[in-house]
Design a protein around this ligand. Structure first.
Ligand code: NDP
Ligand code: A1CAB
Length: 278
């Protein structure tokens, strides 16, 4: 059966999914976006050739409804979706990309027994290089989870996890690209400080991070081994690593990821129907 996907929220991650699906050959006639901001909607139509419409219209006939709005906008969207009659011709699967909120939160708002799958993706989906983690709610069957996993495999790598791991996943891979970009900014600024042009420093940092990423995913070696291979005895890298460690680099990551996971849990605690079992 055709997978007709409605993406509610055409912001950063909604566009990343849209772009990834279009790049992977998903027919645009089977994709529709609901986006509140008309100018933004027009941009998406121009860029990807997809129809942008109101939520109720987008959801009608969709087999998968993806929620890609900010956590605070979720309940309003769920109210509209719940009001759209399920014709019974196609089963509607609700997929949330939203941080923090548990599958139970959606199940409580949707018609009884509605299947819900929760995903934590990341923005490299835009270029088909996402890392997505998937978990099913109480009414989601293995088939629902595998339908979503298959869809997301077309835009990157996928793992199926237990819902209780979602906050940790958000901390590592959901937000992870931001840490890599922050590191790139810092390397570029430091390179400029050492006399490189910004363009040269940007090229050097970007290709270095890309190359290191490919080594990490494809070499079969651990990060420890890969770093050791760069760190020549009495060499330059050892000096840099010593400084990074002296400035609390590793500790900063522990604390940053803890703060990130805490922020996810806080989103759940603040939700109107406070469900804390995610
Ligand atoms: N960005 C990321 O890297 C990741 C984000 N996520 C999750 O994805 C969700 C979206 O994040 P992100 O894309 O960054 O946020 P954005 O603000 O970029 O995107 C959300 C979009 O949804 C629109 N919107 C809000 N309400 C409605 C509505 N009722 N109908 C249609 N569109 C609506 C917003 O419009 P307006 O701005 O006008 O309100 C905005 O364009 C969040 O819940 C986040 O936790 C998950 C993983 C990674
Ligand atoms: O910053 C956020 O809240 C979202 C979730 C993961 C990445 N971006």
């Amino acid at each position: 059966m055709t997978t007709r996907v409605a993406i509610v929220g055409g912001g950063k991650i909604g566009e990343a999914l849209l772009s990834g699906l279009v790049r992977s050959g998903h027919p645009t006639r089977d994709l529709v976006v609901a986006e509140k901001n008309a100018a933004r909607g027009a941009e998406l139509t121009e860029e990807y050739g997809v129809r942008v419409t109101a939520i109720a219209d987008a959801v009608e006939g969709a087999t998968i409804v993806v929620l890609a709005v900010k956590p605070a906008d979720v309940d309003g969207v769920l109210e509209i979706i719940s009001g759209v009659e399920d014709t019974g011709e196609v089963e509607r699967l609700t997929v949330s990309l939203v941080a923090g909120l548990s599958t139970r939160h959606y199940e409580d708002a949707l018609p009884a027994g509605a299947p819900v799958v929760r995903v934590m993706p990341n923005t490299p989906m835009l270029v088909g290089e996402a890392m997505s983690a998937v978990t099913g709610g109480r009414y989601a069957t293995d088939e629902h989870v595998s339908t979503v996993a298959t869809l997301l495999e077309s835009v990157g790598k996928v793992i199926v996890i237990a819902e209780k791991q979602m906050d940790a996943v958000t901390a590592v891979s959901g937000s992870g690209p931001a840490y890599a970009f922050l590191m790139a900014e810092a390397m570029i600024d430091a390179g400029v400080g050492l006399g490189l042009t910004r363009a040269t420093a940007t090229l050097l940092a970007a290709q270095t991070i890309r190359g290191a990423g490919v080594l990490l995913t494809d070499s079969g070696l651990s990060p420890v081994d890969l770093r050791a291979a760069v760190t020549s005895p009495a060499g330059t890298t050892a000096e840099a690593i010593r400084e990074l460690e002296a400035h609390g680099f590793r500790h900063a990551f522990y604390e940053a990821l803890r703060a990130n996971a805490g922020a996810s849990a806080a989103l759940r605690a603040a939700a109107p129907s406070a469900e804390n079992d995610g």
